[in-house]
Design a protein around this ligand. Structure first.
Ligand SMILES: *[C@@H]1O[C@H](CO)[C@@H](O)[C@H](O)[C@H]1NC(C)=O
Ligand SMILES: *[C@@H]1O[C@H](CO)[C@@H](O)[C@H](O)[C@H]1NC(C)=O
Ligand SMILES: *[C@@H]1O[C@H](CO)[C@@H](O)[C@H](O)[C@H]1NC(C)=O
Length: 382
């Protein structure tokens, strides 16, 4: 090991949207989970729930650590209550409607069912979007449709739980009517969101309103690859993302840490440098290498979403265009050099407080022209 001097670059001034004024007490969140799974998810949940005016209710099988986890989360300014519930998963999930309805406050407008791997980059943007777009005084259910037509073929035009399912109070009242509720809970489905969809279809005339800024992320690749890259490098406003610790491995809390400097609106925001390098804040720094007239990335490509899942199989692309289209083909590693976020910590430097992000490219190819690893360090002054 030897020390290398890194030349300090000039400070850049970047523009980031100001967060919208929003009342987050309109949301009451509910999760059907287990206490150990909650423990694993705290850092992700903390980003969006902590210091908000929203409340969270968790239904989990009895666990002697429950009060410990609850106290720990409350200390971190999350308004959470863990309720012991022994029902099988799907019934426990749908029971959240009743629990959230009973526990609602005078401000609650939306009962929101989420998974423990659902993530909201900006709760303020989510609340502002809901306040501007929907009328909570009528029976409504709002959520994400699956990204995959094959899933829709099997489960129907249902809202998918992972993107967040938003139920208005009047719809909850319809479902909780005595003659409906007991029959609804007696339906035989094993998946929570599927059971809820069945209840709607059988007992109400209300059908889902699909919101394209909420994301179930039914996208998958083989082990160790990164299906999420296309989404998180899309530059689109993603109000929810899902599967961050199940179908892919991305530490959302590390990604969102930059909010201390940029605010929540700066998370996953993109910047293009010199026509060939794109920063997707909190996720990656990508160079699209130029050789002569080739390479770089075009305006058109930046408006499209890279098809980074399902092994990029062009034959299967039709399954996904309804949600994130227009899509563009996956780039080979020759045409796309990705450095991924591996660390994000607050540091004190000469100029003041900063959030230091470290992005690392682990290249498979090792030649003189293309060294194996590259590191990009960004210091966000605040
Ligand atoms: C309870 O939590 C502690 C630490 O948080 C952990 O070491 C222990 O394994 C947990 N016990 C159970 C039963 O999950
Ligand atoms: C948590 O939410 C409930 C319901 O809105 C409210 O009554 C309570 O005061 C909140 N607790 C904290 C610590 O904010
Ligand atoms: C994710 O990053 C946070 C710090 O931002 C850390 O506390 C947490 O342990 C990390 N989680 C995992 C699973 O590595």
């Amino acid at each position: 090991m030897s020390a290398a001097a890194i030349p300090m670059k000039e400070t850049l001034v970047l523009e980031i949207p100001i967060p919208p004024e929003a009342d987050t007490s309109i949301f009451s969140f509910g999760m059907a989970s287990t206490v150990p799974r909650m423990q694993d998810s705290i850092s992700g949940i903390s980003h969006w729930l902590s210091h908000s005016q929203a409340q969270l209710h968790v239904l989990a099988p009895a666990d002697h650590n429950a009060s410990h986890v609850e106290a720990h989360m409350r200390k971190a300014y999350m308004n959470v209550t863990i309720h012991a519930n022994q029902l099988p998963f799907a019934k426990r999930y749908v029971s959240l409607v009743e629990k959230l309805y009973k526990e609602r406050s005078a401000n609650t407008r939306w009962l929101v069912l989420v998974d423990d791997d659902t993530f909201f980059p900006s709760l303020a943007s989510l609340a502002s979007h809901f306040t501007r777009t929907y009328d909570p005084t009528v029976p409504l259910i709002v959520g994400a449709i699956s990204d995959d037509l094959r899933v829709i073929e099997i489960y129907g035009m249902a809202v998918s739980g992972g993107g967040g399912i938003f139920i208005s109070i009047p719809l909850a009242e319809q479902l909780l009517e005595k003659r409906v509720w007991s029959k609804c809970l007696a339906l035989p489905n094993n998946e929570g969101d599927e059971l809820l969809d069945n209840c709607l279809n059988i007992f109400t005339q209300v059908r889902p309103t699909f919101d394209s800024s909420l994301h179930q992320m039914d996208i998958y690749n083989g082990e160790g690859s990164s299906p999420e890259a296309g989404y998180l490098e899309s530059g689109r406003k993603l109000l929810s993302i899902h599967h961050w610790k199940t179908w892919y491995d991305f530490n959302v809390s590390q990604g969102a840490a930059v909010a201390v400097a940029t605010g929540d609106e700066g998370i996953f925001q993109r910047w293009l440098f010199e026509g060939d390098t794109v920063l997707s804040n909190g996720y990656s720094v990508v160079e699209y290498p130029r050789t002569g007239d080739y390479g770089g990335i075009t305006e058109k490509e930046l408006g499209e979403v890279e098809y980074t899942w399902n092994e990029g199989d062009p034959e299967e692309l039709w399954r996904y265009v309804h949600m994130m289209g227009p899509l563009r083909p996956r780039k080979t590693s020759e045409k796309k050099r990705s450095a991924r976020l591996v660390d994000a910590v607050e540091v004190s430097i000469h100029e003041g407080r900063a959030l230091r992000q470290t992005y690392v490219e682990k290249s498979q190819i090792n030649t003189v022209f293309r060294p194996r690893e590259r590191v990009v360090e960004l210091l966000w002054l605040f």
